[in-house]
Design a protein around this ligand. Structure first.
Ligand code: SF4
Ligand code: SF4
Length: 176
């Protein structure tokens, strides 16, 4: 299946599904959309969406995070925006924020509050992953399960989860 088409279909699951039933951006000043240099990781193949749509509010670069698939090393693409976007074109990481898929050390899929969100977003302080809007958390789980069937995405998720582990460790030490 064409990767851009797959992601565009998945995006639709989050056109209306949001973590909480109100505009959380009003309370925090849209803290997750500052357009700073942190960027949002793209899932493997998702960069095809942005090659296709060519949005003028975003650029795609390659991060230092890598994963191995089929004996080849891949760098994870990352999207930088200017702090605003076309809501219907935003990437998957933005749509599922502040949740994220995570593979534990046994390769089991969990849906967790993204440890990187904790210093930015007030939601993880107030809600556990099960406490978000049901449709939102169900769609994050459904999407993650589906993506995990793809061996290249599974390889990415493994490396990404270890990166989250390191971040969580750092977060605990710094007590951010
Ligand atoms: S930082 Fe969190 S609370 Fe604020 S807009 Fe983003 S998701 Fe909503
Ligand atoms: S792409 Fe859109 S939703 Fe994602 S961080 Fe930028 S402004 Fe926010």
């Amino acid at each position: 299946m064409n990767a851009a088409y797959l992601y565009l279909q998945l995006y639709r699951l989050f056109d209306d599904a949001t973590p909480v039933p109100f505009d959380c951006g009003k309370a925090c000043g849209r803290a997750c959309c500052r357009g700073d240099d942190s960027g949002m990781f793209l899932f493997p193949g998702e960069e095809a969406v942005f090659s296709l749509l060519k949005p003028d509010w975003a650029s795609v670069e390659y991060s230092d995070l890598t994963y191995i698939f089929d004996e080849k090393e891949y760098r994870v693409p990352i999207l930088f925006c200017k702090g605003s976007c076309d809501r219907y074109q935003r990437p998957l990481s933005c749509r599922i924020f502040p949740l994220t898929p995570y593979l534990d050390k046994n390769g089991r899929l969990e849906i967790i509050n993204d440890p990187r969100a904790k210093s930015v977003c007030p939601l993880p302080l107030a809600f556990s992953p099960e406490e978000y809007e049901r449709t939102f958390s169900d769609n994050v789980r459904k999407t993650s399960k589906l993506l995990l069937f793809n061996p290249r995405i599974a390889a990415f998720l493994e490396a990404y989860s270890r990166y989250l582990d390191e971040f969580e460790q750092f977060y605990k030490q710094e007590d951010i």
